[in-house]
Structure formats: C-alpha cells, structure tokens
Design a protein. Sequence first.
Length: 148
Amino acid sequence: MVTRREDCTDRTCPLQDECRLDKGAPYCFRASVEAQAMLDPNWMAGSQGYAKRTNLKTLVILRNDKVSPAVVELSKEEALRILESGEPSGAVRSLGAKAQPFFNPHLLVINEDKLAIQRMFFSRLLDQVKCCLVNSGVATADQLKALL
C-alpha cells in the first residue's frame, strides 16, 4: 500500500492529475504493485455473512503455467515441500519477488524454530485433508471446479 505520491508505481493511473493522495487520502492500493489489506469480514458482510469456523476438506495450492496438468493430487510430503519452499511454480513474478515460506509474507521472523512450528501445523493439517496443485494456466475456473 502506498501512502505518498512519490512512491506510486502505477504510471497508467487515470487519476494522474487528480491523485487521491494529493487530495488527502491516507493510502492508495492501486499505486502499489503488491498492495495488500486485511479487512474485517464482519464489517464487509455483517455477522451473518461469514463463517467463523469451517471444516476443511481440500487444501489447494495454485500455479499458473501452460504445461503442467490442470489438477495434481499431492502426497503429504510433496505438499509440505512445496509449502515450505514458498516458490509459486510457474507463476509470473515481479523481478524483486522472493520465495515466501509457507506462502506467508507476514512471517516477521524466519528462523528454524518458526519454520518448525509452521511445518508442524501444516503437517497436522495435511493429515486431515487432501491437497491438490491446481494450474489455472491450462483450464478455466469452471473446468477446474469440475475436476476438483
């Protein structure tokens, strides 16, 4: 998220001359290549609009390339290896991007103890659910849904 116009990376912004940051807005998501936000689901949909807890059946890891199969069911070991590496298989990444262990860019400290905790969590999760590697580069959302 960008808070100063000087940091804006969106050169195609239709608001170039009337930037919302110049008008006093505290932030602009469009101005950042990798903008993220955390929203309260209660604020978005009300107390009836979301589930606080659910039972998982399938863990889906996404990839985007033109050669891999649409859906591959992974073993626990394969899934843990992919999750721990944090490398988005085949996905187009920005030049400055780096691997994010467990695909979590919010791990503040990455050391062996923290990785062991994540490994243990996902190991327990993968004992309970099936894991699929889904390639959005070779099938539409409807086709993938049918395959899952």
